[in-house]
Ligand binder design. Sequence first.
Ligand code: PEP
Length: 249
Amino acid sequence: MRKPVIAGNWKMYKSPKEAVAFVRELDAKLKDVKDREVLVCPPALAIPSVAEALSFSNIQVGAQDAHWENEGAYTGNLSPAMLKAAGAKTIILGHSEKRQYDAETDERINRKLKNVLKNGLRAIVCVGETLKERETGVTEGVIETQLKGCFSGIGLGDLASIIVAYEPVWAIGTGKNATPEQANEVHAFIRKWFATRYNQEAATALRIQYGGSVKPENIKQLMAQPEIDGALVGGASLKADSFEALVRF
Ligand code: PEP
């Protein structure tokens, strides 16, 4: 019922030239894939050339962040309107690396989310606990605080344009993935939160991706969990063979 969505977050890897060569290879490999959504999120500089290379492809193009304003004196930033004009249709917000290195907060993610939606784009909103938070048993409280902050003032009608990604910080780029059961448990908690905050129908329709050291070797078990609707993948999305294997889980 919920179409699986496999997304590659390329982080700060690949020049525009490398990115185009890579998506051409990927597109040729994934031409027959229709029963799942495939998305690549290159560094912003590569979005125009990647979007052009994929203009007749099923593979979608996204961005890794976007500002809460459409223009202004914000040195070094890009607005959703600019990213949309460049060819991005989905924006990742609240990635833990943005939270960790760029002081991203739930309040800022919320403002960014509102602007992404205002521009008619789709968002992937990332939440997740640190290792210390998991070990001290406060995972659900942390996720709930993040959801409350990120979704403040977001209406029921907007949920169709939102995907949530559960990405435990301790599993990102570390090679340590959450077990399928651990991930499923948090996904179920997130879905319950949406059912309470919005309604059961919207919560049932919402897609929740897992992210954190997803690889061809573990994606099948993760995707077999009832609450896991896709994957947000960093490292393993950077090689065509490995990304193809992830998409074909
Ligand atoms: C990510 O960048 O969102 C991610 C989950 O990275 P990795 O797959 O490398 O852990």
